[in-house]
Design a protein around this ligand. Structure first.
Ligand SMILES: *[C@@H]1O[C@H](CO)[C@@H](O)[C@H](O)[C@H]1NC(C)=O
Ligand SMILES: *[C@@H]1O[C@H](CO)[C@@H](O)[C@H](O)[C@H]1NC(C)=O
Ligand SMILES: *[C@@H]1O[C@H](CO)[C@@H](O)[C@H](O)[C@H]1NC(C)=O
Ligand SMILES: *[C@@H]1O[C@H](CO)[C@@H](O)[C@H](O)[C@H]1NC(C)=O
Ligand SMILES: *[C@@H]1O[C@H](CO)[C@@H](O)[C@H](O)[C@H]1NC(C)=O
Ligand SMILES: *[C@@H]1O[C@H](CO)[C@@H](O)[C@H](O)[C@H]1NC(C)=O
Ligand SMILES: *[C@@H]1O[C@H](CO)[C@@H](O)[C@H](O)[C@H]1NC(C)=O
Ligand SMILES: *[C@@H]1O[C@H](CO)[C@@H](O)[C@H](O)[C@H]1NC(C)=O
Length: 827
């Protein structure tokens, strides 16, 4: 029943999101487009670290010391944070011994992935020591590492109480004042728990009569110093972020559904004396909503600590799954919103109706689940062990809050279709205008990082960077402002890239349009603002992203020559760097291209002129237009040549097969002829049928450029083939003509042997441009941006792009033969 309403709900929700409501920020773009796409090949500043092990998933940065520690499978590394690819590094090999390995395999675990020592925890313990835990083939161990010698300083201890057995189970751990706070699913039973071990009072969550945690899968934890500078003498708190099974909704379809949640405990909690002995007395949890409750899973969380606790912001990355739709969303939560929910009404489980409902009865004092504050101390309760029984009984039965935590602005910051976000890290940057902007680095499931900027009014993706060529999830992200670096952990290694990426912008326009708060134009290059000595000279426009480049002298591109035969197609390449830019073509330096003309097709990679006519010759200049700014990208002179040898047009002749031998009877010849003619007819008919159906399918799928309204059909090159079969032309500018190979026969007059194999491809300046396409196409395919705005929605199964059409042309061209042999007679 409820299920059938869901699609409508979701649609309505999406519509609301799309329309934007009650928020100073404009509506959420349901599928934000990154401005730049940086493929792995173009990533010039990457520094890679990888040894002969796998799973570099645990990173620990000691920024002051300039060290990046990396926990991998069976090894821990100490790297130079300023250049992780640096030769000098230290390694601790920590592998599973053969007995443990055998045990693990005997328990039915996978010897290829699970029966290893996966480093899951790597934390700074004190100035000299690190604390580390590994799964050790389903038999976890932990130990202290002396950072100075980079070796284990004491015996390695049992880690069963601190570390999960399974390398893939959600796990989060923090060391605070000598205590280890871990949350995961422990042991072979995968029992979820939040634990404090190591030093002080060992504490856990309660499991009876209610489970405080239900199949919880932990994502992240955060320590917030709420005791600092607060008059009420509050305690520091630890927040846990996880997904768990919904218990409070009784409808059956939500049975196994996971819901994102936040829990918190107080640092000074010592457990109860009789009730809740060795259990948290301050455990409370609440649901976390981003965009589609019950259809979203929290994947990653970043705590932006801004000095004082009440300005702490949590950034959550969610994956939404609904029917076939897969998308990711990012939401922002303020700590005060979370606090309000924990100070609000509780939920209660009614045994009689077996339902969770809002609790409206009396609440005992001191308020259950709160930390011990001055107020509570004044009433004689010095620690959690002094709490009255009725409070502890209440805590036991009311772990869940009634209200849900909603994101800031009541909507996601960002949504992205067909992408799985796996990790997030956030940097707060002061731009040239002295305002602060949050820059989000979000890792995807296939090895990309999205760099997102959040301003007061908008959110945009500055760039998407392919950090790993081999698709694999980004498993860790660590920011170092000091090193201007982002460290990305994955299965195959760690990559260090520039945080700011200013060097990617080559012109003033590019630098300004990027609206990258790290970067400004200093008159010559785009550079980081923080390292610049003369900030007054710098230009940046975070507000509008288009001001300040008036006097910059952009170098004009070289003029390229293109020569084409009348009737042929030619592609004038004009690759726009920005995915948000639109191409603008001027003809003969003044007139905008008549986009309504049937022969022109404008794509984001160039201008395709089909069936070129003499009057198409002239100057073509391509401008990149973005955010009201125009910059010249390419200049072409197009020469159109008439056929030089018009008399030699061969008329296609249907040649009947010649009899094999003259001795065959006349009858046989007639049979063969009839069969051939019938076959030919069939062929012609099917070709006609195919043409008609293709024609109808294609009709109306494209609109040209951005403003063109009437639809055209891409003409295939082969239309022109038959009447040019034998012209081998060499033009004065050295341009060679592409000759179709499917030409039926060479002219009978010449009777030449078949043409030689094609020569290596020529530089783009000397061909009609199509030879250089494949490279570009691959890149565009990789990112699947639509090149042309289309009339109909992109989700149609017939969804095609300009790229695909061009690929088809290319496929045809492959079968054509390029002749390099000069034919003197035709010059
Ligand atoms: C470790 O890496 C391998 C591939 O290199 C992958 O198959 C496996 O799932 C990874 N294990 C974990 C726990 O991430
Ligand atoms: C890291 O490398 C840089 C040069 O690349 C060097 O100046 C620095 O001393 C090194 N740091 C450490 C901790 O070795
Ligand atoms: C598991 O794999 C390791 C190396 O890949 C091998 O040395 C070991 O013998 C294997 N263990 C079992 C029980 O097959
Ligand atoms: C850090 O902790 C280790 C392990 O408990 C201890 O041996 C060492 O003395 C401590 N170092 C400092 C500086 O406190
Ligand atoms: C945070 O706390 C400080 C003082 O502790 C106070 O001045 C400020 O207004 C608070 N900010 C918010 C957002 O509550
Ligand atoms: C709490 O501490 C105060 C002062 O240290 C002490 O007088 C009082 O007895 C303590 N209360 C309890 C319940 O222990
Ligand atoms: C541009 O150049 C002119 C003259 O060279 C100068 O007066 C003006 O201030 C410059 N504008 C900017 C924005 O630099
Ligand atoms: C450009 O100018 C030339 C010479 O004036 C003219 O022949 C040609 O047709 C023009 N090209 C276009 C596309 O208008």
């Amino acid at each position: 029943m409820m299920k059938s309403h869901l699609p409508t709900c979701v649609l309505v929700l999406l519509a609301i999101l799309n329309a934007g409501y009650s928020s100073k920020r404009s509506s959420v773009d349901l599928d934000a487009t990154p401005r730049l796409t940086v493929t792995n090949n173009e990533l010039s500043d990457g520094r890679f670290f990888g040894a002969n092990v796998k799973n570099y998933s645990t990173l620990l940065l000691e920024d002051e010391k300039g060290i990046l520690y990396v926990g991998a499978r069976g090894a821990i590394f100490s790297l130079n944070a300023s250049d992780i690819s640096h030769r000098l590094r230290k390694t601790i090999h920590w592998e599973v011994n053969p007995e443990k390995n055998q045990d693990c395999v005997n328990k039915g675990k996978n010897n290829q992935t699970e029966c290893y020592n996966h480093i899951r925890l790597l934390q700074t313990f004190n100035e000299t020591h690190l604390y580390v835990c590994g799964t050790n083939a389903f038999s976890p161990q932990c130990g202290f590492i002396d950072a100075r010698t980079f070796s284990f300083s004491s015996n390695i201890d049992d880690g069963k109480e601190k570390c999960p057995y399974d390398p893939a189970t959600g796990y989060t751990g923090l060391i605070i004042d000598g205590d280890l706070y871990t949350a995961t699913r422990y042991g072979f039973q995968y029992l979820p728990d939040i634990r404090r071990t190591l030093y002080q009072y060992t504490l856990r969550t309660e499991d009876s009569p209610l489970h405080w945690l239900n199949d919880a899968e932990f994502v992240s934890s955060a320590f917030v110093r709420e005791s600092l500078n607060v008059a009420v003498g509050d305690d520091d708190k630890i927040y846990y972020f996880f997904n768990e099974r919904v218990v409070e909704e009784s409808s059956s379809f939500l049975d196994k559904t996971q819901v994102a949640s936040v829990a918190r405990v107080c640092k000074s909690d010592m457990g109860g004396k009789k009730i809740l002995q060795k259990k948290w007395t301050s455990f409370l949890k609440a649901r976390l909503v981003c965009s589609m409750p019950y259809y979203e899973t929290l994947k990653a969380l970043y705590t932006l600590d801004l000095g004082s606790w009440n300005t702490t912001i949590f950034y959550g990355a969610f994956v939404l799954q609904w029917r076939n739709m897969e998308a990711s969303a990012v939401c922002q939560y303020s700590i005060s919103d979370i606090q309000k929910v924990f100070d609000g009404p509780y939920m209660e489980y009614q045994d009689s109706s077996r339902k969770w409902t809002r609790y409206d009865g009396d609440i005992p004092k001191p308020r259950p689940g709160s930390c011990v504050t001055d107020d509570i101390r004044s009433s004689g309760v010095n620690t959690s062990q002094d709490l009255p029984n009725n409070v502890l009984d209440f805590v036991k039965l009311h772990p869940l809050m009634y209200k849900k935590v909603k994101p800031l602005g009541d909507q996601p910051l960002l949504m992205k279709k067909s992408v799985l976000y796996t990790r997030i890290a956030v940097d707060r940057v002061t731009a040239l205008d002295n305002k602060q902007y949050d820059v989000l680095f979000i890792g995807t499931g296939d090895g990309w990082v999205h760099k997102v900027v959040v301003t007061k009014t908008t959110v945009y993706i500055v760039e998407e960077i392919q950090v790993f060529k081999k698709p694999q999830p980004v498993e860790n992200l660590v920011i170092s402002k000091r090193q201007d670096s982002l460290y990305v952990g994955s299965q195959s290694g760690v990559l260090q890239i520039s945080l700011s990426g200013c060097h990617r912008y080559t012109s003033c326009y590019d630098c300004i349009l990027a609206r990258n708060p790290y970067c400004g134009w200093d008159g010559k290059i785009c550079r980081e603002i923080v390292t610049s000595e003369d900030r007054v000279q710098m230009t940046q426009d975070m507000e509008n992203g288009n001001g300040g480049c008036l006097n910059s002298t952009a170098e004009d591109p070289l003029i390229k020559q293109r020569t084409v035969l009348k009737g042929d197609d030619v592609l004038l390449q004009c690759e726009l760097k920005s995915n948000l830019a639109k191409p603008q073509w001027l003809v003969n330096n003044t007139d905008p291209l008549d986009e309504n003309e049937i022969n022109f097709r404008v794509g984001n990679d160039g201008l395709l002129i089909m069936d070129t006519q003499l009057e198409h010759g002239g100057e073509y200049s391509c401008y990149s237009e973005e955010n009201g700014l125009q910059s010249l990208v390419a200049l072409y002179t197009l020469n159109v040549w008439l056929k030089l040898n018009p008399t030699s047009v061969p008329t296609p002749v249907v040649q009947l097969p010649t009899p094999i031998s003259h001795s065959s009877s006349k009858l046989e010849f007639v049979y063969i002829s009839v069969i051939t003619i019938l076959g030919g007819l069939c062929l012609v008919l099917s070709v006609v049928l195919m043409y008609v159906s293709c024609h109808q399918k294609r009709k109306g799928r494209y609109a040209m450029g951005s403003c063109r309204s009437n639809n055209v059909e891409l003409q295939t090159v082969s239309n022109n083939f038959k009447d040019k079969s034998e012209d081998i032309n060499n033009y004065s500018d050295g341009c060679l003509q592409i000759i179709p190979g499917e030409a039926p026969t060479l002219s009978p007059k010449r009777g030449n042997p078949p043409p030689p194999p094609p020569p290596p491809p020529l530089p783009s300046e000397f061909t009609n441009g199509i030879a250089t396409l494949p490279n570009m196409l691959r890149k565009m395919n990789g990112n699947s941006y639509m090149l042309l705005r289309q009339n109909e929605e992109a989700s149609s199964p017939l969804y095609n792009s300009f790229t695909e059409e061009l690929s088809k042309i290319l496929e045809k061209r492959k079968h054509t033969v390029l002749l390099d042999k000069l034919d003197e007679s035709s010059v």
